[in-house]
Write a protein that binds this ligand. Structure first.
Ligand code: PRX
Length: 654
């Protein structure tokens, strides 16, 4: 492979790896696929606004039609203005009214093995009851409700109840600290907090209420705390403020009309971290968002709601859970699995046991999970009959070609297409992804923008890149796009719209290969600059993971007096494997070129990750550069940092 230094063209990001394996959809898959061929792409290319309007009209029930499809005043878009609809009506009532009330909405599985089967009819009743509860607690249209819950069905109920009465929810992932929760409640000025006593994690009860209590002492806007009983653990009780969910539901009516909302009514806030410490409250509204997630869930996952069982392993506290556990799948009338706990309790095969038990047909997870499964070994999935699976998906970060191949072979049995879906909290729904019956995939590539989505790579000068590396921008508004940052319009402009005029800048680097396939290269802040060459951490990680002894790798650029930045790698080996660091360095040089050879490689038992599974490169950079570690409260396992620091201290530069 050519060294970057030989390139005449100066790419914004040097894309060095080549991947030549291709996987066209099989005849078998195509026979029943919703989309085969290019017709959706052709229709959208002709007139994207008309395309989205047709999707919305076909897929959703509108109480009142819209006057205008798109009202676009850069950087603010409004979709389907004048139209009215209710999200919870679209997710629940319309399925029940059509006679599908007995269809299972959720096969819920608790970590200890207890289960609940919830039909669309059941879910509608409980959502109506909780809507009435919220109204009784004084929640009105336009108010904000905070939700801090584990992976239990009540999380979906609470979200849908807010949508039903026009209150916006702000879900905070149950793994966040009391302080993080308080910051988010205060920013949103929420009136009500919905939480639980605790829930099961890794075999024991993980208490949630103490963090909620602590948050409330610093969050004066909260008037009521509704507590779901799940863990059965003892909790402190603030009389007058705290109420048990089951007590409130017991007395509540199952009748609650779904009032039509304006298309641009605020549906939810979801906080995401930015480059500064203060989280951003990303705003999503009603008609456009629901159109986007319903459309993408249907076509990207080739959903046949009468026969499929869909399982998205994300937590409802992240955008993936909002869009592909709650709103997209329920709007499409899908049957889903929802699981409370961790993938390795009681054994490393828990996910595969669940797939077999419920006959899961479509499985959607994150690359970090796949690499963990690789580490545990192919014997774990091999213990179960996974033949029900027909389609696999990934989301959240670039997937290394080797992890893609492993997923394809050991989970998909070589027969399932893989959809690598690129999107963000800010985009609301999937933007770049294969359509499984129509797209020939390449391992590690998210392929092409979906019909209706327009993206372009551009270089530092803002010029369009047709082949090679660049910055990923979106050039046309889309229905699920964020409507702003809650309370901070300046930051909205600055973060997404200031770097390249007239374009949404996603913050990601990507490359286009000779066939026009898009390869995501991670956040631009994850791009290293080694002797003037911008090298993606993802590519070096992929090269490391392609070594048979390596299960997972994290790469960072650390300040270096000679080369600007030096490549530092942290590597987890596969079970039972041993390898010397020098041969790993040569392996990377062989895969990518000498330019990408890591200066140092540390073998480590684990890596610091956020609770959503993203590797915390900032932290690894701090360790590599010998700095004090800042805030580690969002880490899944804080002890790993000390471990890495100890290793860095005893290492010497070779
Ligand atoms: O860097 C991209 C990465 O995740 C970022 C968005 O993170 P978040 O808002 O937490 O949403 C994650 C779930 C949608 C993106 O800017 N990302 C997400 N999906 C992919 C990805 N990177 C590469 N390939 C993907 N499929």
């Amino acid at each position: 492979m050519a060294e970057a230094g030989d390139n005449e063209r100066h790419d914004a990001i040097d894309a060095l790896m080549e991947e030549s394996r291709t996987f066209p959809p099989s005849e078998d898959f195509k026979a029943n696929a919703l989309v085969v061929g290019t017709y959706l792409y052709d229709e959208a290319a002709e007139d994207d606004e008309a395309f989205w309007a047709r999707q919305s009209a076909d897929l959703l029930d509108w109480a009142e039609p819209w006057d205008t499809i798109l009202d676009w005043e850069l950087p603010y878009s409004k979709w389907f203005t004048g139209g009215k609809l209710n999200v919870s009506y679209n997710c629940l009532d319309r399925h029940v009214l059509a006679g599908r009330g007995d269809r299972v909405a959720f096969h819920w599985e608790g970590e200890p093995g207890d289960t609940r089967t919830i039909t669309y009819g059941d879910l509608l009743d409980e959502v109506c009851q909780f809507s009435n509860v919220l109204k009784d607690l004084g929640v009105e249209r336009g108010d904000r409700v905070n939700i801090y819950l584990p992976m239990i069905p009540e999380a979906a109920v609470a979200m849908l109840a807010c949508a039903r009465i026009g209150a916006a929810h702000s879900v905070v992932f149950g793994g966040f600290s009391a302080q993080s929760l308080a910051d988010r409640i205060n920013d949103a000025e929420a009136k009500v907090l919905v939480t639980a006593d605790g829930s099961y994690r890794r075999g024991s009860v993980f208490p949630l209420k103490p963090a909620a209590d602590e948050a409330c002492t610093n969050a004066p806007s909260i008037e009521h705390v509704v507590v779901v009983k799940r863990g059965g653990n003892d909790v402190e009780w603030v009389e007058g403020r705290d109420k048990w969910y089951h007590d409130l539901i017991d007395g509540a009516s199952t009748e609650c009309p779904a009032e039509p909302m304006d298309s641009e009514q605020l549906l939810f806030l979801l906080y995401t971290s930015g480059t500064t410490g203060k989280p951003k409250g990303i705003m999503h509204t009603t008609g456009g968002y629901l159109t986007h997630v319903t459309y993408t869930h249907k076509y990207v996952f080739d959903l046949h709601p009468e026969s499929d069982v869909f399982w998205c392993t994300a937590d409802v506290g992240w955008i993936t859970g909002h869009s592909y556990i709650v709103y997209g799948p329920l709007s499409n009338g899908a049957t889903q699995v929802m699981y409370e706990g961790v993938p390795n309790h009681p054994g490393n095969d828990r996910f595969w046991e669940i797939v077999e038990k419920y006959g899961v047909t479509i499985f959607y997870t994150a690359p970090t999970a796949i690499r963990t499964f690789m580490k545990w070994g192919a014997t774990e999935p091999a213990k179960h009959d996974l033949s029900s699976l027909r389609l696999l998906g990934t989301v959240g970060e670039p997937i290394n070609p080797e992890a893609w191949m492993w997923y394809q072979e050991h989970i998909g049995g070589g027969r399932c297409p893989i959809v690598d879906t690129w999107w963000q909290t800010e985009t609301g729904g999937i933007m770049i992804s294969p359509l499984p019956g129509a797209t020939t995939t390449k391992p590690g590539s998210a392929t092409f923008p979906l019909p209706g989505v327009s993206s372009e790579l551009i270089d530092d000068e803002g010029k369009r890149v047709d082949v090679g590396g660049g910055y990923l921008t979106l050039t046309r508004p889309w229905p699920g796009m964020l409507r702003g940052i809650w309370g901070d319009p300046e930051r909205y402009l600055e973060t997404y719209w200031s770097r390249f005029e007239g374009r949404y800048f996603a913050g990601d680097g990507a490359k286009l290969d000779d066939d026009g396939y898009l390869w995501l290269l991670g956040r631009v802040d994850d791009v290293m600059n080694v002797s003037g060459h911008r090298i993606s951490t993802t590519e070096v990680e992929s090269a490391l993971v392609s070594h048979p002894a390596v299960a997972e790798a994290a790469v960072v650029g650390a300040a270096d007096a000679t080369t600007g930045q030096a490549i530092i790698a942290y590597v987890i080996l596969r079970g039972g494997q041993d390898v010397d660091v020098e041969s790993l360095r040569s392996h990377v040089a062989g895969e990518i070129g000498a330019i990408a050879k890591p200066k140092m490689i540390f073998i480590t038992p684990d890596l610091p990750k956020t609770r959503s599974g993203k590797i915390m490169r900032r932290l690894l950079r701090d360790v590599a550069e010998g700095r004090n570690i800042g805030d580690t409260t969002t880490l899944a396992d804080e002890s790993i940092v000390d471990e890495l620091r100890a290793r860095a201290a005893i290492s010497t530069d070779d």
